[in-house]
Write a protein that binds this ligand. Structure first.
Ligand SMILES: [Zn+2]
Length: 227
């Protein structure tokens, strides 16, 4: 059985029909989990297929949220089609996903969720996944570009929005921010956020976050001690 299978999709924005590549997750082997929770799989990366893009109007969403658009949100997305098409100029989403198409899918997704009025952590999540895609391709420079974009929205979410930050909780979000700062070379901010995560009482309910936060904090302390 092939890992990739095609599914006919109907765009909820323009009603266009197209074929979308899906992957059978159970055919993939987990090979590595990075400190920022990015999981690497073999032989294919699920990131390539995470965002569905309508090849006609360029509406782009996470697969599980693709059909969720109606009422005022639908009107807002329709108003954004011009901008989405402009962002995807020169890219053909009827073709097999390549690294370039996958990267563009996250950019289109980030713009779409802004039109949909999603919170900043959702927008940041699109850019973080774009950064992960670049990491898989060993393109450090491009990874930094998208990490910076992710950070911009995650910082906004952390400062202004009282969201629960999904499964990670506030302590997990503090840890993630620290991790992004470290990857961007800002050790002082990374240290500050790791410490905030570790001091957060909630962390006792998140053993995975606690272990990573303590490990990364002591590794960074060690690094900063060395002249
Ligand atoms: Zn469409």
């Amino acid at each position: 059985m092939d890992i990739i299978w095609l599914k006919e999709m109907s765009c909820p924005v323009c009603s266009g029909k197209f074929m979308s590549e899906n992957i059978r997750q159970n055919k993939l082997a987990q090979i590595q989990v990075d400190e920022d929770f990015h999981t690497h799989f073999d032989p294919l990366s699920p990131l390539y297929y995470a965002v569905v893009v309508c090849p006609d109007c360029c509406y782009a969403e996470r697969r599980q949220n693709f059909e969720e658009v109606k009422g005022k949100t639908l009107i807002a997305v329709k108003g954004g089609i011009g901008a989405l098409k402009q962002l995807s100029a020169g890219f053909n989403f009827r073709l097999i996903r390549t690294f370039e198409l996958a990267l563009k899918s996250f950019e289109l997704g980030a713009l779409t969720v802004q039109f949909k009025g999603e919170t900043s952590d959702v927008i940041g999540g699109m850019y973080l996944r774009a950064a992960w895609l670049c990491r898989e391709a060993a393109d450090d420079k491009l990874e930094q570009v998208y990490l910076r974009k992710a950070l911009e929205f995650y910082e906004k979410a952390y400062m202004n929005e009282a969201t629960e930050f999904g499964q990670l909780g506030t302590c997990g979000f503090q840890y993630m921010l620290g991790e992004i700062y470290r990857r961007l070379g800002n050790d002082e901010k990374a240290m500050e956020l790791y410490m905030r995560a570790v001091a957060n009482k909630e962390i006792r309910q998140k053993p995975q976050v606690e272990r990573l936060a303590r490990e990364q904090l002591s590794a960074l302390k060690e690094k900063l001690k060395t002249p």
